[in-house]
Ligand binder design. Structure first.
Ligand code: F0G
Length: 362
């Protein structure tokens, strides 16, 4: 009798984006790599969203909420912190609507640096605040919105020995462009449309850099139209002017003066893309649809990309392949999930099978 030898399927451990894409990134052997093995996030098909659009449109999400701190920021932060450490920095600072602060805190502490984060008082989702605190950042809430917080940290970083790790730091975008590389590797080419939420407009610029780099090296044959989506109450790039008091349920992108404004316009122009606003109601519809119909729990700001695609569904070419970027994990914002679901909150029942069965309608 022969014995079937079965061994567990193993794959080589993913090394994180710097090692995986080393030749595309500004690192040398002297760069100390601070990594949490970020990147390599799944590209997941959305059959129900595809069906809602029809016309053989193929829709995927790049779920970057599955990074180590739960958002795409990890891709940029591994490089920004590694380069800060290489330059001898002992502390980093950022302004944040939440995700940047969580990533900055995690990577800075892992690299042995101090992290200072400024957040808009009262407008950071609970999970993100909890992360920054537990990762050991010095968290300072300021009486003002994200744009004011960013003004503050720019001034502080220009005068004191602390490295700015917002997306003005060029290493952030270099790291984030690796998401575009992964999309191309997974699909074998770039998609026709790339739908992405836009706040400070760093990520849309980073993706475009990544696609262009791969295109120049013949690793993809086409370039996508870059479709940027902003929350309607916080849509400076749609309106063509800054928004002084931005408001939206998608607190991650509650930004009225994007620092990467010029870059974002250049991306729109070069890719024949567009900026479009989506209302909070549309964002929340997509947020619930993704969870309840596709099994994907992202944060409200991330659902903006899918809300935008659904809004523009009649403009999507027949047979097109579309990738929507889901930038952050749903667990980041438990308050939003509890407030905006349609499930009935039932009173607690006694631990009795008959009563449980009755309560669920049998
Ligand atoms: N989605 C999420 C979940 C975000 O946290 C952000 C930005 C964006 C989208 C927009 O990306 O700024 O590159 O256009 N969050 C920043 C922060 C502002 O502080 O965490 P962007």
């Amino acid at each position: 009798m022969t014995t079937l030898q079965t061994s567990p399927r193993t794959t080589a451990a993913w090394p994180g984006i710097i090692e995986a894409f080393r030749s595309h990134l500004p690192v040398t052997d002297a760069t100390p790599i601070v990594t949490l093995r970020e990147g390599n996030t799944p590209l997941i098909p959305l059959p129900r969203v595809s069906a809602a659009i029809g016309r053989q449109v193929e829709v995927w999400v790049k779920f970057d909420g599955l990074n180590p701190t739960g958002s795409f920021k990890d891709r940029g932060m591994t490089l920004a912190i590694s380069k800060a450490k290489e330059a001898g920095a002992e502390a980093v600072i950022c302004a944040s609507t939440g995700n940047t602060s969580a990533a900055a805190a995690a990577y800075a502490r892992r690299g042995g640096l101090r992290a200072y984060v400024l957040i808009p008082d009262g407008y950071v989702a609970l999970g993100k605040l909890a992360q920054a605190l537990l990762y050991g950042a010095e968290v300072l809430a300021i009486q003002g919105n994200f744009d004011r917080a960013l003004d503050m940290v720019r001034q502080v970083a220009s005068r004191y020995p602390v490295t700015l790790v917002n997306s003005l730091n060029p290493y952030r975008l270099e790291g984030q462009k690796t998401a575009a590389f992964e999309v191309v590797q997974a699909l074998g080419d770039a998609p026709d449309w790339l739908c992405i939420p836009v706040g400070n407009a760093g990520n849309i610029s980073a993706y475009w850099m990544g696609f262009c780099e791969y295109h120049q090296q013949d690793r993809c044959q086409r370039l996508p139209r870059m479709m940027g989506f902003q929350a309607a109450g916080s849509a400076p790039l749609v309106l063509g002017q800054p928004v002084e008091a931005p408001e939206t349920v998608a607190t991650a992108i509650r930004i009225g003066r994007p620092v990467n404004w010029e870059r974002a316009l250049a991306v729109q122009h070069a890719s024949q893309g567009a900026f479009t606003g989506v209302t909070d109601a549309e964002i929340l519809d997509a947020y619930r649809f993704l969870a309840a119909e596709e099994g994907i729990f992202c944060e409200p700001a991330s659902a903006t990309s899918v809300a935008g695609l659904l809004k523009l569904k009649d403009q999507v070419p027949t047979g097109a392949r579309v990738v929507c970027v889901l930038t952050g994990n749903g667990l980041k914002d438990p308050d939003a999930a509890l407030q905006h679901n349609t499930a009935q909150q039932r009173p607690a029942v006694p631990p009795d099978p008959a009563q449980v069965a009755k309560a669920i309608g049998f």
